[in-house]
Design a protein around this ligand. Structure first.
Ligand code: CTP
Ligand code: MG
Length: 221
């Protein structure tokens, strides 16, 4: 495969409640990170996986993933953005396409990885998977008063993996001055056109306890 995937997995998982770093929390008896890496390794495009692990968990993550797939493991940072930057710095020179994929999106199918990789290979320098927004969205003031109803038809919920021409991701990270919740946001900031592809319900981000219940249900199907 000609694609490197960065897997930020160094978060605390505070919104999931007590129980340790989220990437190491169990789903169907296996850590979320194992589920995520196994599915990445099943995507034919993927030739390199770099995991940003909790700082005190680098060697245990190496041991955990050794039977799953060949991976490089680096210590993560204090923010997701820093974790991605550390992982990016460890990508071998031969990889010109780089995807960034949250460990928390543990059930993301290999097909979505292929779709994003193919779009970058096809000439799009920045690619994100998106889904339509199902709820009505309103803008609300600090005092709880509705300011406006946002036109939902043009809104999309954004997933990972997000894919980039390597030079674009490197420039985006090198230029970032403020904190971004996703990598495409940093590419937008430097003026890159970001292309969308259809996302997947299976790529849901496990954030709160209910998400873990939903993922367990999806895993059993
Ligand atoms: N992440 C990371 N390094 C950080 C923070 C987050 O590598 N310093 C990773 C998480 O491990 C996760 C992904 O970024 O795979 C998305 O972040 P999020 O869902 O917010 O996970 P957490 O930060 O772990 O959760 P929370 O915000 O609830 O603490
Ligand atoms: Mg977080």
């Amino acid at each position: 495969g000609d694609v490197a995937v960065l897997v930020p997995a160094a978060g605390l998982g505070l919104r999931l409640g007590p129980g340790g770093p989220k990437a190491l929390r169990l789903l169907g008896g296996e850590p979320l990170l194992v589920h995520a890496v196994r599915r990445l390794a099943l995507a034919p495009s993927v030739g390199c996986i770099v995991v940003a692990a909790p700082v005190d968990g680098v060697s245990s993550v190496q041991d955990l993933l050794a039977p799953v797939a060949p991976v490089l493991v680096v210590p993560g940072g204090a923010t997701r953005q820093a974790s991605v930057a550390f992982a990016l710095a460890a990508v071998p020179a031969e990889f010109d396409i780089v995807l960034v994929h949250d460990a928390a999106r543990a059930l993301t199918p290999p097909e979505l990885v292929e779709d994003v990789a193919a779009a970058v290979r096809g000439g799009h320098a920045a690619v994100i998977p998106v889904l339509p927004v199902v709820d009505t969205i309103k803008q609300v003031s600090d005092s709880g008063i509705v300011v406006a109803t946002v036109d939902r038809s043009s809104l999309r919920a954004v997933q990972t993996p997000q894919g980039f021409r390597r030079s674009v991701l490197e420039k985006a990270h090198a230029s970032a001055t403020d904190e971004h919740t996703d990598d495409a946001g940093m590419a937008e900031r430097i003026g890159e056109t970001v292309h969308t592809v259809p996302g997947s319900e299976m790529a849901l981000k496990i954030t709160r306890p209910l998400d873990l219940e939903i993922a367990a249900l999806l895993l059993r199907q």
